[in-house]
Design a protein. Structure first.
Lengths: 322, 188
């Protein structure tokens, strides 16, 4: 019965001796302290999280800086440490420091603001998207795409009307069939044209945008072909009425062909200004010359055929626009 | 005399120790600021070659422990091709009102900024999408405390899920390379 407690006592003594031998050895390694201040570009950064990781053992200690930005991590064994700092609004940073035995090392940490759009000087208004503005742009683009497609389609009956006109215009007694075809194509052209114009005129405008580039020429041409497209059918109807009565064309009805041609040229140029390939240079600069050529040609025609004098209201408009 | 030698040796030891123990964090701070830039996108259509340029980019770089992080941002609407109508259409196609900024984030070793070429990895946030570009070659020219960087980013419309716009029923090409010419100023 007594032998068992004796064995236990001996065991405890050996264990105690072992600990007594080890503890002083451990205590001989002096521990260090790392402390400092966390600052940013505008001064102290309070409550930053500072983590010190021993690169040999992998053990880490985390502390929080106080409201004055000061931090301290004690009981650190000598060796190499990785120090990392995190604070709201600042980029996380890390670096290395070597701690000597028993050293009380000071390490001031300087944080830089996290890279952000605000730090680049962009305002919130500049960087914030607007679904409303996007919807406006979507509607505008949709309407202008319809405008573009209708505009292209319109071009074909327009050319057809002009070709049909060559079968009727200038003749003293044009056939009623030829005139009917010309009128039908002209009506189709006018209908398509006004539908095309609707999608351009009522497309939402983007405020604060100043028109630049070929679009200015495209819009300028509308001041010619727009009134021309209104005037041409009116003059055509008057000319048709006079022809039906067997009368020679007289009054403003005589200008029907000239107005139609100028309108068609302005329309073609407007179309080309937005679609022309790169290899056609400076269309807008050639436009004046082309219209001048037509004016010159029409003047020569008028000299030969006094019944169809050159110029007219549309030509006057062409002159104003350029 | 012996005492003087002992003090001198101690001072030398202290100096060496301080040099070794000097925290690297304290000397790692440096930065870069974008001084001027020209970013140009190129669009190709069978009938047209269009280029739209912006000089409105702003950027910063922060270098820590040998690693640099860069942030560059440019408003989408600042790109101009010389035709208002086309620019507004571009703005609509790329959802520029909803996502008004092109944001580029790059990371690279600080040492690369002193070489004549770099192969940069970066993310571009544009049109509500983020695309990654890896190992894009840029040429650097050192002008003292300024560095000029030139290169081309091989961007495509599909990178950002953008539907190619059409002209005369023909869509533009998927490739929209962006040429970059930037001058960065070192901030010490």
């Amino acid at each position: 019965m007594n032998a068992r407690p004796g064995k236990f006592t001996l065991g405890y003594m050996i264990l105690a001796l072992f600990f007594l031998a080890v503890i002083p050895l451990h205590a001989q390694v002096a521990q260090g302290t790392l402390s400092g201040k966390v600052t940013g570009p505008s001064g102290v950064v309070p409550y930053a999280s500072v983590t010190v990781k021993n690169l040999t053992s992998g053990q880490s200690k985390t502390t929080q800086a106080d409201k004055t930005g000061r931090y301290s991590v004690s009981k650190l064994a000598p060796g190499e440490y990785e120090v990392s700092v995190k604070a709201i609004g600042f980029a996380a940073q890390s670096g290395k420091v070597t701690l000597a035995p028993g050293a009380k090392q000071t390490l001031d940490l300087k944080l830089t603001p996290e890279l952000s759009l605000e730090s680049l000087g962009f305002s919130v208004a500049q960087t914030k998207g607007s679904a409303h503005e996007q919807a406006l742009l979507n509607k505008r683009s949709h309407m202008l795409q319809v405008h573009q497609k209708l505009g292209l389609i319109t071009f074909f009956p327009l050319v057809g009307t002009l070709v049909a006109a060559t079968q009727t215009g200038g003749r003293r007694h044009p056939s009623s069939t030829g005139r009917n075809i010309h009128m039908a194509l002209g009506s189709a052209t006018a209908g398509l044209y006004f539908a095309t114009a609707y999608y351009a005129i009522f497309a939402p405008k983007v405020p604060g945008v100043e028109a630049k580039g070929p679009i200015r020429f495209h819009k300028a041409m509308a001041w010619i072909h727009g009134p021309g497209m209104i005037l041409t059918p009116i003059l055509g109807a008057m000319a048709d009425a006079q022809a039906n009565k067997g009368e020679r064309l007289h009054g403003i009805a005589r200008y029907h062909a000239q107005v139609a041609v100028v309108t068609a040229i302005a329309y073609g140029l407007a179309l080309l200004s937005e679609t022309k390939p790169n290899w056609i240079p400076g269309l807008e600069h050639h436009a004046v010359a082309m219209l001048s050529f037509h004016h010159h040609h029409a003047t020569l025609s008028a000299a030969k055929h006094p019944a169809a004098p050159a110029g007219g209201p549309a030509m006057a408009l062409a002159g104003q626009a350029n | 005399m012996k005492r003087v030698n002992t003090v001198s040796a101690s001072l030398k030891f202290l100096a060496v120790f301080l040099l070794l123990a000097m925290p690297t964090l304290a000397r790692a701070d440096s930065g870069w600021a974008l001084k001027q830039s020209t970013l140009t996108y190129h669009v190709t259509h069978p009938l047209h070659e269009v280029a739209g340029a912006s000089h409105a980019a702003r950027g910063k770089g922060v270098c820590q422990a040998g690693e640099c992080n860069f942030l560059i941002a440019v408003p989408v609407k600042s790109f101009g091709s010389g035709d208002t109508n086309r620019d507004l259409h571009m703005l609509q196609i790329v959802r520029g009102a909803q996502f008004p900024m092109v944001i580029v984030r790059a990371q690279m070793p600080e040492s690369e900024l002193k070489s004549s070429t770099i192969h940069a990895n970066f993310d571009i946030q544009f049109a509500g999408q983020t695309a990654q570009f890896k190992q894009i070659l840029f040429h650097l020219t050192d002008h003292g405390d300024q560095v000029e960087l030139k290169g081309t980013i091989p961007a495509t419309l599909t990178d950002f899920k953008i539907t190619p716009p059409e002209l005369l029923f023909v869509p533009i090409k998927n490739q929209i390379p962006v040429t970059v010419d930037m001058t960065w100023q070192e901030q010490k």
